[in-house]
Design a protein around this ligand. Structure first.
Ligand code: SAM
Length: 243
């Protein structure tokens, strides 16, 4: 079944009112997918609400849908936040799609001392579009929240203060203990912080190794992984343990 995204702010007040697709979603439905009147489609808002709806008008810039059934999926029992250091765009869209599939609640990008390039102050529209594309493909009703942290690790640490399980993924072969299944078991929101291609700077390492930081430095094993591999592994382990 075809899925279309409708931002939660655009959903009607009452459940039997029409859902109106406009902009890129209307164009996608009418010009790319070429939906037909009477066809049943799925609409989702990215924060848990989805509807089965019947197409009852197809215009060039607007598609009207009559909702047949609306349901709300609760958020995952615990949130998983992936904080990856800003790095070249190469695999970012791929990672955003995997973050949806593996039910990350949030994806944070942060400016590390060794990041290549400058992080945008705000998340880009294209990132949201990539998350929506991922949610369409895996029929998820949830889309991870996006944030950027241009001020670096201290800004991430401050934003993460309420997250009980905070892991700094540290590739230093001599230091950290392994991340274990035990770490990820049971309730309690999780944060994974990963460094850039060039790794964490000594200043950043001092921040997360400080006993009072609330971070646990952990290793994924002796091999130095590319940031996207390490990120995917963290999300996969959390998804698997949460299932
Ligand atoms: N500076 C590293 C080097 O060249 O030796 C490479 C950093 S790695 C490409 C990018 C990030 O992935 C690291 O900062 C870390 O967060 C994560 N990472 C990669 N391999 C890891 C491992 N074996 N254990 C924990 N984290 C790892």
């Amino acid at each position: 079944m075809r899925s279309f995204y409708l931002d939660s702010s655009d959903w009607p007040e009452t459940p039997d009112e029409r859902l109106i697709l406009t902009g890129t979603e209307a164009h996608h439905a009418s010009r790319v997918i070429r939906v037909k009147v009477g066809e049943e489609v799925r609409v989702f808002d990215g924060i848990g609400r989805e509807a089965l709806a019947e197409v009852d008008y197809v215009g060039k810039n607007r598609v009207d849908l009559a909702p047949r059934e609306v349901r709300v999926s609760p958020p995952p029992a615990r949130s998983v936040t992936l904080a990856v250091a800003w790095t070249k765009a190469l695999r970012r869209s791929w990672l955003l799609e995997k973050a949806v599939e593996l039910e990350a609640s949030a994806v944070w990008f942060w400016q590390a001392d060794r990041s290549q390039g400058k992080i945008p102050d705000e998340p880009k529209e294209t990132w949201t579009a990539q998350l929506v594309a991922g949610a369409k493909q895996c029929e998820s009703a949830w889309v991870p929240a996006l944030r950027t942290f241009p001020k670096g690790f201290p800004e991430v640490a401050a934003a993460a203060a309420a997250i009980p399980k905070r892991f700094a993924l540290w590739e230093d072969p001599h230091q950290p203990r392994m991340l274990t299944a035990n770490d990820l078991d049971g309730p309690g929101d999780i944060l994974f912080v990963l460094g850039p291609e060039g790794g964490f700077s000594p200043k950043e390492e001092a921040l997360f190794t400080d006993a009072g930081s609330g971070f646990v430095p952990v290793s994924l094993g002796r091999r130095i992984l590319r940031w996207e591999t390490a990120a995917l592994l963290c999300l996969g382990l959390a998804f698997w343990s949460g299932s």
